[in-house]
Design a protein around this ligand. Structure first.
Ligand SMILES: [Zn+2]
Ligand SMILES: [Zn+2]
Length: 343
């Protein structure tokens, strides 16, 4: 089968023939139909996260079940599916409680094994991790859900408990942040978007953000958020993942507000104003993807047209152009939208 492979960190990825994967007893082999190009793939390619070399990237995927293992009971060839970027083992206490997104034995296509920049990809523990796609949700839309959109959805619903009329502050208007803006608006919240790039803020406005805060020009974006919202946001998300955006997100909250950390904070320990957390009884949540079991609510909103993840797709390309698209993540232009590879 064809796949995009890189032999060394940072080496130019190439489209080449590789052996088709074998199906694990509890897993499935999917025929990939669409797969998103994500900055996490770029981080692995650059060597910021270790992967086994040579490596096939890709973790935001949708496709059709081609083969299932002997122990799989819920799926059959031909089923249209997508999959969370964190796959649970299906057997531990966390998975059995519905929290596969924090499974200690998690697998991730494109990180712990070969990914979906390929004609076929293996998903482990298929009964736990595959998600059925409604007929009305296309493969490109589904691939655009897998990482940023599902992450933002769980952050705002499970952790933020965002409700109609609440103020939502979104710090960082990249993929996760713009998804959060769209989801917040769909849930009836009033949204303040914060970023340093004008094109990203304009996109946030086009998705329904009521106020924009230019953090490049504003010396205290948190104070501006508190002012615009009459005392602070009910829910605030750091969608970027930096010490500055995490602290600003917490400082922009109203009393009893909820901060959700979705940006990965790859640079390590991050100081937060815990004095304010105590005095204002703030809640601090970490959010890491979303388990397959939680996808049906999200997918029903997509099928109904309430959420339109495809609005965040900037470009659809073929597998031959995937290596260049991955390398282009060195300098992703703000507001360009996500790139999806269609097979
Ligand atoms: Zn598990
Ligand atoms: Zn991703």
């Amino acid at each position: 089968m064809k796949a995009v492979v890189y032999a060394e960190y940072g080496a130019t990825p190439v489209v080449t023939e590789v052996p088709a994967p074998k199906c694990p007893d509890r897993g499935a082999v999917l025929a990939v139909r669409a797969t998103g190009v994500c900055r996490s793939d770029w981080h692995a390619w650059r060597g910021h996260e270790p992967v086994a070399l040579p490596h096939v990237p890709g973790h935001e995927l949708s496709g059709v079940v081609a083969e299932v293992g002997a122990e799989v009971t819920r799926w059959k060839p031909g089923d249209r599916v997508t999959v969370p970027f964190v796959c649970g083992c299906g057997e531990c206490a966390y998975c059995l409680a519905g929290d596969a997104q924090v499974c200690p034995h998690q697998t991730q296509p494109g990180f712990t094994g070969p990914g979906s920049f390929a004609e076929r990809v293996v998903v482990h523990a298929a009964d736990t991790n595959l998600v059925a796609l409604p007929d009305s949700v296309g493969f490109v839309s589904a691939a655009s859900l897998g990482c940023r959109f599902a992450t933002a959805f769980r952050a705002l619903t499970a952790h933020g408990e965002l409700g109609a009329g609440d103020w939502l502050a979104v710090h960082g208007c990249g993929g996760v942040g713009l998804s959060a803006v769209m989801i917040g608006v769909a849930l009836g919240a009033r949204v303040v978007a914060v970023d340093i790039a004008a094109p990203a803020l304009e996109l946030a406005r086009s998705l329904g953000a009521e106020h924009l805060v230019d953090a490049a020009a504003d010396t205290d974006p948190a104070a501006t958020v508190r002012e615009l919202t009459g005392g602070g946001a009910t829910v605030s998300i750091d969608a970027l993942g930096s010490p500055a955006t995490a602290a600003a997100s917490v400082r922009g909250l109203r009393r009893r507000g909820r901060h959700v950390q979705a940006g990965l904070l790859l640079d390590g320990p991050t100081p937060l104003p815990m004095d304010v957390v105590v005095a204002h009884e703030l809640a601090i949540h970490g959010s890491h993807g979303m388990a397959a079991a939680d996808y049906p609510r999200l997918l029903s909103l997509v099928a109904a047209g309430t959420l339109r993840p495809e609005l965040l797709v900037g470009k659809v390309i073929g597998l031959a152009d995937a290596p260049a698209a991955l390398a282009a993540m060195d300098h992703p232009p703000a507001g360009a939208g996500m790139t999806v590879v269609e097979l």
